[in-house]
Design a protein around this ligand. Structure first.
Ligand code: TXA
Ligand code: MG
Length: 356
């Protein structure tokens, strides 16, 4: 049986969190909000509870979990060594959507790290998440609270849809602020490497470190990663049931966007059965108005924060709308644009490249 607690705003002191703490301590699973997406948590030391996370999500066992902390002392419990660069990042970017890969301590069960010698750690900034971890008094291992392969959950409703009846507690605190997962960096390599672009742009992380971070092709969503480099990145992700076709152009000027839309309109007119949809933007909606396409807008191209926040809910909407095929427009790969393109490329089953 699953208990759903609905919190208004950032309530942190009620009996709900106290109850959830008890559930974690007794080896249960708790879905909770963070500022990025909802997480599905277990006590990091409890190997059985952690194993159940994989089972409940249908997650491949070689895809490690992120360990969530509420203090630097907790990092010292799960990491065997903390390089100077990590302290810099923790000081400037925490609490917040940055996950740091560190050498793991003996105590962290191998199930958490999928057999790796490293552990990924982050301190979320959502007051409910922070309060839950702090009151538990121990780090909490948590992947995103979706069924494996589905878009990450950005509302309590998404979590209920995916996990009702499978976990002990779901804490529903409404929509998350960022809507995309944390940025994952490995500072143990020279130069440091981006493993997953996320809610904090890699350019910001470079500024904090005072040096360049390598952005490999798989972080752009372009190719599959070798397992030891970035576990979990080899899987297709976030996918709606509909066939998602991503259309990219070399630059996203108004002129190129008009051509991009023309291409989608022509492609759509060749298809005869099933509902066709397009994930557009406020700037391009007008180009599709004459066609039989159902349009869904991610927001304005001038506000990538808004686009990122709307991305996963829109991918879920594609299925709620019963689209058979959905086309999506690309974005320039700067700042949050890189994060958005990583998610879109991983969600897409076809990628079309257009010159303009
Ligand atoms: O924003 C987030 O990061 C959310 C919230 C709940 O905090 N969590 C999240 O977890 O997105 P998940 O499991 O969906 O993604 C975690 C990713 C894994 O796919 C893996 O690639 C990477 O973090 N990761 C975890 N441990 C790692 C390690 N030791 N080395 C390299 N990458 C690791
Ligand atoms: Mg995930």
């Amino acid at each position: 049986m699953t208990i759903v607690f609905r919190l208004k705003g950032f309530e942190q002191e009620g009996f709900e969190i106290q109850y959830a703490v008890g559930v974690l301590r007794r080896g249960g699973l708790v879905a909770f909000p963070t500022e990025t997406v909802y997480g599905l948590g277990a006590l990091v030391w409890d190997e059985e509870a952690v194993a159940r996370i994989f089972q409940v999500k249908g997650r491949p066992s070689d895809n490690p979990l992120i360990v969530h902390v509420s203090s630097v002392e907790m990092v010292e419990k799960v990491a065997s060594r903390i390089p100077e660069d990590a302290y810099k990042l923790m000081e400037k970017a925490w609490p917040g959507p940055l996950t740091i890969v560190l050498p793991k301590s003996e105590r962290v069960p191998r199930t958490v790290t999928a057999g790796l010698d490293t552990v990924a750690v982050r301190m979320p900034s959502h007051p409910v998440a922070l309060s839950l971890i702090k009151k538990t008094g121990e780090p909490v291992a948590a992947p995103s609270a979706n069924l494996s392969g589905r878009p990450s959950p950005t509302t309590g409703y998404h979590v209920i849809r995916d996990l009702m009846g499978r976990v002990e507690v779901i804490i529903d605190a409404g929509a998350t602020l960022q809507g995309v997962e944390s940025t994952v960096v490995n500072i143990l390599t020279e130069p440091p490497m981006l493993l997953r672009p996320g809610a904090i742009p890699v350019e910001d992380v470079e500024r904090i470190l005072g040096r360049k971070i390598l952005v490999p092709g798989f972080a752009k969503g372009l190719e599959q990663a070798e397992k030891p480099l970035a576990p979990g990145m080899k899987y297709r992700h976030y996918s709606p049931n509909a066939k998602l076709i991503l259309v990219e152009v070399p630059q996203y000027t108004l002129e190129c966007l008009r051509e991009l839309a023309g291409y989608i309109n022509r492609q759509a007119s060749l298809k005869s059965n099933g509902k066709l949809c397009v994930v557009a933007t406020d700037e391009t909606l007008q180009y599709y108005s004459s066609n039989g396409l159902k349009t869904l807008s991610l927001g304005s191209r001038r506000d990538l924060f808004e686009i990122a926040r709307n991305l996963f809910p829109t991918l879920r909407k594609i299925d709620e709308e019963d689209c058979r095929i959905a086309y999506a427009e690309g974005f320039p790969e700067q700042g949050l644009g890189l994060t958005i393109m990583n998610r879109l490329r991983k969600a897409a089953s076809e990628k079309h490249y257009l010159n303009c």
